[in-house]
Ligand binder design. Structure first.
Ligand code: PPS
Length: 285
């Protein structure tokens, strides 16, 4: 059975583990603490890679933690019922994941000193990754074809809303010192430097062998083989057997799927919606 979306404030959410009451409570009442670290993305931007990397930085490259606790418990999703309950109970500095657009994010964050990392990915690759992922999910309205999903995506009628609005909203934070913007593409092209950048931002110092271990254990292959990180534990209840979180893990896969007409439509839309933002935010160009 495939699910329907849950609509809240004009944004579609997954139907399972989300509710309008909870989304309102998260926004109004969830208390972000100064020592929390928040990992923010539009879905399919490389969130789990970022989470795994940060967990490994916290454990100084020791893979025990990432190999023994599911990724959604290590850095719970604040907007889900399960994640919200877990976070309220957690002591000490917390890692918190979220796909929420800025206007629905916990208000307390904006008065806190908590650090946030926002990861951007080429929306064309976000689109392709999402298409294949949601086709195997049981809790969303599934796209029937790439063409159909393309129309949904450009209209912003996909989970967590318009990619363009999500980015624009969060980019308003870009000059704040507790806000770090990274891109999936820079993580791919120079993973080591990106991990070093994250360490500097979080005030963490790693020895060279610890850094090597972070890189090794957060690699695509290591994550694909790690049952605590590859979502295989969710197969059956949430996903079909063929569902894969770690599908290809490359930059530029959209070129294998877009028609010339779709590429032109997308370029034009991007130009219309994003021209006034600094273009060096978009490293895939
Ligand atoms: S979700 O469901 O929104 O949380 O998905 P998310 O984790 O944001 O994005 C999934 C895509 O990230 C890729 N991925 C990686 N790429 C490179 N290296 C590593 N270690 C890695 N881990 C996850 C994953 O393969 C998805 O991209 P696609 O293009 O579908 O392969």
């Amino acid at each position: 059975m495939t699910g329907k979306s849950l609509w809240f404030e004009g944004i579609p959410f997954p139907s399972l583990d989300y509710s309008p009451e909870l989304l309102r409570e998260v926004q109004e009442s969830f208390l972000v603490k100064d020592e929390d670290v928040l990992l923010l993305t539009f879905p399919k931007s490389g969130t789990n890679w970022l989470i795994e990397t940060v967990c490994l930085i916290y454990s100084k490259g020791d893979p025990k933690w990432v190999q023994s606790e599911p990724i959604w418990d290590r850095s719970p999703w604040v907007e889900t019922k399960v994640g919200y309950e877990l976070l309220k109970e957690k002591e000490g500095p917390r890692l918190i994941s979220s796909h929420l657009p800025i206007q629905l994010f916990p208000k307390s964050f904006f008065k806190s000193k908590a650090k946030m990392i926002y990861l951007i990915r080429n929306p064309r690759d976000v689109f392709v990754s999402g298409y294949f992922f949601w086709r195997s999910a049981k809790f969303v309205k599934r796209p029937q074809s790439l063409e159909q999903y393309f129309d949904w995506f450009v209209e912003g009628n996909v989970l967590f809303g318009s990619w363009f609005d999500h980015i624009r909203g969060w980019m308003s934070m870009r000059d704040k010192e507790n806000f770090l913007i990274l891109s999936y593409e820079e993580m791919k092209w120079d993973t080591r430097s990106t991990v070093e950048k994250i360490c500097r931002f979080l005030g963490k110092k790693l020895e060279p062998e610890e850094l090597n271990s972070v890189l090794k254990n957060s690699s695509f292959q290591a994550m694909k083989e790690n049952n605590m990180s590859n979502y295989s534990l969710l197969k059956g209840q949430y996903f079909e057997e063929n569902g894969q979180l770690l599908r290809k893990g490359v930059a530029g896969d959209w070129k294998n799927y877009f028609t010339v007409a779709q590429a032109e439509t997308f370029d034009q839309l991007f130009q219309e919606k994003m021209a006034d933002l600094p273009q060096d935010l978009f490293l895939w160009k």
